[in-house]
Write a protein that binds this ligand. Structure first.
Ligand SMILES: [Zn+2]
Length: 498
């Protein structure tokens, strides 16, 4: 009798073990599903790379059980417009990403991508990093390799055909679609017809289009029309990158922008956006001159009154004289004893003559516009940053949204902010198995303290990690815990889904 009883206990334990065994159990977390629903307190079981169970796991076993009482659990954040692939293979633990909860980066942005993508993907497979990587194929990259010599012109039909062929290769390798950076060289010299021809190739592959639009200031509305038209002609999803109204005379027009975007959507165009939570951008001095007339004093004066101010223009990098780094144009202007427009023109001339590097961080946007765009239900969050850049967005964009827009100004609820960082972006990219907490989804997860999550990075100290993030998992493996990266590299390539 006693023997039989013992035997049955063992059987129950064994079968229980098989049914209820998990690699990780996250217990009693406040779970945000990523879809914008109100949170529920529950347990989550991870098995291998997948979310295996959601619900009461109080009787279940796992080698790792995390007591998550008081903490929020969300799907890992997806960085919709990212440059975190810069220097990625030298910083495979990706501290800038995982310390703010990012588990997937979407690169190949602004028209710049690795070519061919098949090689880039092979490299990642050989040397994976801590986060997942998806990529677009970049128009500027294609244009750069096809146009020989003077690129300040429209492409010939033969050149367009070559670009289309290269784009096809990238689409076959798994590119999400075509990205453009139409404010940058050499894309700025393309005409809309060239972009449409290429976009049609991405559409043939069921791809999508994402764009740093042709102008974020002087020709803003025309640039918005261009991307809407691309969505209309190709019938594929189109997304405006790091949406901004970056000129004083168009500040306050964000409501009008949203109306325009909504009416495009109502007309059947799958138009979405992404945005980062700062009123200052980071790029080059030359981007202030769309006609590339760097010696035109009137243009310099316009840039320094309409697009920014000498005090609002911070030098991020300047190879001809590194002592200027961290100074504003106003400060450099005082040092050089030349007025601000002349200083700007001279700095560009010097960097061009020395074939050097420069970057600036420029205050150009109004907080009210940022808030209006951020509230748009189709605007996801991006960092536009990297782990090696001078702009604090590389380390702080996502945690800053939580601090500033959720906790402080209450512009977004926590569940809505999380939706914008997860399922919305996954939907905008056509990724089905990430971006939400549900059984069968990949276990990309972030556990954080909703009262403490915050950015710390500033333009002066752009690499200060965020605070309040407790643990981060990518494909079921812990990549961040106790304030440190774990030096495991479970990130996968995310190829375009059919
Ligand atoms: Zn951009």
């Amino acid at each position: 009798m006693k023997k039989v009883f013992l035997f049955s206990v063992v059987l129950v334990a064994l079968s229980g073990c098989q049914k209820d065994h998990y690699d990780v159990i996250i217990s009693q977390a406040k779970l945000y599903d990523g879809l914008g629903n109100a949170p529920i307190v529950t347990d989550v079981g991870i098995r291998a790379d997948t979310i295996a169970f959601i619900g009461d796991l109080s009787g279940a076993a796992a080698p790792i059980i995390i007591d998550a009482k008081g903490l929020a659990l969300a799907p890992g954040f997806i960085d919709a417009h990212s440059h975190h692939d810069r220097g990625m293979f030298g910083i495979r633990d990706m501290p800038a990403c995982v310390s703010q909860g990012i588990t997937t980066i979407v690169v190949g942005q602004d028209g710049g991508s690795e070519f061919p993508l098949s090689n880039f993907f092979k490299e990642i497979e050989a040397t994976p990093v801590a986060v997942n990587v998806a990529s677009y194929s970049g128009h500027n990259t294609l244009r750069d390799s096809v146009i020989i010599g003077n690129y300040q012109r429209v492409s010939s039909q033969a050149e367009i055909e070559q670009m289309k062929q290269m784009l096809r290769l990238d689409m076959e390798a798994g590119a999400l679609g075509l990205s453009t950076g139409l404010e940058y060289d050499p894309g700025i010299f393309s005409d809309p017809a060239e972009v449409i021809e290429l976009a049609k190739v991405a559409a043939e592959f069921n791809g999508r289009y994402i764009s740093h639009i042709r102008s974020e200031d002087r020709y803003f509305w025309k640039a918005i029309d261009e991307i809407i038209n691309i969505g209309k002609v190709t019938q594929m999803p189109v997304q405006i990158s790091h949406t901004k109204l970056a000129m004083k005379s168009i500040w306050g027009q964000s409501e009008q922008l949203i109306k325009k975007l909504d009416s495009a959507r109502a007309a059947g165009i799958n138009l979405t956006a992404d945005i980062y939570p700062y009123t200052y951008w980071s790029s080059t001095m030359t981007v202030l001159f769309p006609e590339r007339n760097f010696k035109d004093r009137k243009e310099a004066e316009f840039a320094l009154s309409e697009l920014t101010t000498p005090e609002g223009l911070l030098i991020g990098n300047y190879s001809p004289d590194t002592s200027y780094i961290g100074k504003t144009l106003a400060e450099v202007s005082a040092l050089r004893k030349t007025d601000a427009p002349k200083t700007l023109m001279d700095l560009i001339a010097e960097v061009e003559s020395k074939n050097g590097d420069e970057s600036i961080i420029t205050t150009s946007m109004a907080e009210q516009d940022l808030a209006t765009i951020m509230k748009w239900p189709y605007a996801g969050i991006c960092s536009d940053g990297s782990g090696v850049g001078r702009h604090p967005r590389g380390y702080g964009a996502f945690s800053r949204v939580m601090r500033s827009y959720v906790r402080e100004s209450k512009i977004l609820t926590m569940e809505e902010a999380i939706r914008k960082m997860t399922s919305l972006t996954a939907d905008n990219l056509g990724i089905r198995k990430r971006g939400r907490i549900a059984v069968g989804q990949f276990a990309d997860l972030v556990l954080f303290d909703p009262e403490k999550i915050s950015d710390q990075a500033t333009p002066e100290k752009p690499q200060l990690p965020s605070v309040g993030i407790s643990n981060v998992w990518v494909n079921g493996k812990e990549v961040f815990a106790m304030g440190k990266t774990t030096k495991v590299y479970p990130g996968k390539i995310i190829r375009r889904e059919k």
